[in-house]
Design a protein around this ligand. Structure first.
Ligand SMILES: [Mg+2]
Length: 418
């Protein structure tokens, strides 16, 4: 009797082992198939042969003012990566002209890329663009500089695979919803005129930059004049917890969200503030890593996250942040950094991911530039959307002649031996 029980037990364990081994194998095979879609095959391992850094200067058609200053001309670092087969990809650094939005700015981005980041990637065999961020992990911070190089590798990889970048990233939305960000104006009348223009153009939501002295009164006038538009405000860290009463008074304007009211590196005070507001807080500057997103969500510091490629360090990190948010049902939208067409094209690809459920700040090239550096320029449909492009990689042609015409400096860095 006892022997029979032992026999049954052994038979049961054996059956379970067979089951487990079968499912483990099936799972591995499925993962292999999944990886195949993202990963270049073994024979397609890419060696990064050269990295070209180009600084361009592009005057904005209209100045852009936030709580930390006014921008009239952008100084942008573009990155072109080339592999040993001659394929190339483009990225753009979103660092500003000064260390105001973040510590990074044009000069630090140039120096970091040239001295540290490009040498970490040059000559390396890269199996997947998704690994490039890890190649640069010994450099702390400098995420905008990293993103310029990393996103260029994604463009290269998608072009080699002959597919649009947005599909390569796992995007599911063929059309993305667009809003606009309107800077601080000289007068309320000028602001009204701009809002009217953007609403007529079809944009799905209006974001207003605010700062002390350009906040509650302005929002009140705007709401009275435009009672039905989807409206939000972005403070770029211009307030502190001591301003909680003023920020609470904004609840009555039915804002979709208020973006980054408190310190650029804070999460905890935002959680304390969120408890006092009906309006959801959206975090921008505070979210630099997937862990930041997790901490903010767990602390209930925000109801929404503005995801920016440069701020988080490129597509792989952006995908991880998007996943954290999606798994917690926190909506995400794609922020803008006054990008040229290259950065804009990368934003479009990013915003096709499933978690991007709110209109972002990705808008038409013509709002910023008299002539963009890509062809065709980014345009918005009358329903306020951008259609994800079909062409391989970022999906737009880079206009090298236009870039050359606005280049301030350029440097070609080559691998020691390829
Ligand atoms: Mg912002």
């Amino acid at each position: 009797m006892c022997e029979a029980r032992e026999l049954y037990a052994r038979a049961f364990i054996l059956t379970m082992r067979i089951f487990i081994s079968y499912f483990a194998h099936t799972d591995k095979a499925a993962r292999g198939r999944h990886n195949k879609r993202i990963r270049m095959t073994e024979t397609e391992v890419v060696k990064i042969a050269a990295v070209e850094l180009i600084e361009i200067r592009l005057p904005l058609v209209h100045f852009f003012e936030t709580s930390f200053g006014r921008t009239t001309e952008r100084r942008m670092v573009l990155v072109r990566v080339m592999d040993s087969d001659g394929a190339q990809g483009w990225g753009e650094c979103t660092a500003g002209e000064g260390p105001f939005y973040s510590e990074e700015w044009t000069e630090t981005a140039w120096a970091s890329l040239k001295t540290f980041l490009a040498p970490m990637v040059l000559g390396r065999e890269v199996e997947r663009a998704g690994e490039v961020f890890e190649l640069m992990e010994h450099v702390r911070g400098h995420r905008m500089a990293k993103a310029a190089l990393e996103t260029a590798c994604w463009d290269l990889e998608a072009k080699r695979a002959g597919i649009p970048l947005w599909r390569h990233l796992g995007g599911v939305q063929t059309e993305i919803s667009c809003g606009v960000s309107i800077g601080i104006q000289e007068s309320a009348e000028e602001l009204f005129a701009q809002i009217e223009r953007e609403v007529e153009a079809g944009y799905q939501r209006i974001k207003l930059k605010i700062k002390p002295g350009w906040d509650a009164q302005v929002l009140e006038k705007v709401r009275a004049r435009f009672p039905n538009i989807r409206l939000m405000a972005d403070a770029n860290s211009a307030y502190s917890l001591a301003d909680a009463a003023l920020l609470r008074s904004l609840d009555e304007f039915d804002l979709m969200m208020i973006e980054q009211p408190l310190a650029h590196d804070d999460i905890l005070d935002h959680a304390l503030l969120q408890k006092q507001l009906r309006t959801p807080i959206c975090l921008d500057e505070s979210i630099r890593t997937p862990d930041d997103a997790r901490h903010a969500i767990e602390l209930k510091a925000c109801g929404v996250i503005n995801l920016k490629l440069g701020r988080v360090g490129g597509h792989a990190e952006a995908q991880r942040v998007e996943r954290v948010c999606r798994e917690s049902s926190v909506p995400v939208w794609c922020g803008g950094m006054l990008e040229s067409g290259i950065g804009r094209a990368h934003n479009i690809a990013l915003a096709t991911l499933k978690g991007f459920t709110l209109p972002g700040d990705v808008s038409a090239s013509s709002r910023y530039w008299s002539e963009d550096i890509i062809e065709p320029a980014v345009t918005v449909t009358p329903r306020g959307t951008i259609i994800a492009p079909d062409a391989p990689g970022i999906g737009f042609e880079v206009n090298r002649a236009r870039i050359d015409a606005v280049t301030a400096r350029q440097e070609l860095l080559k691998a020691a031996s390829v």
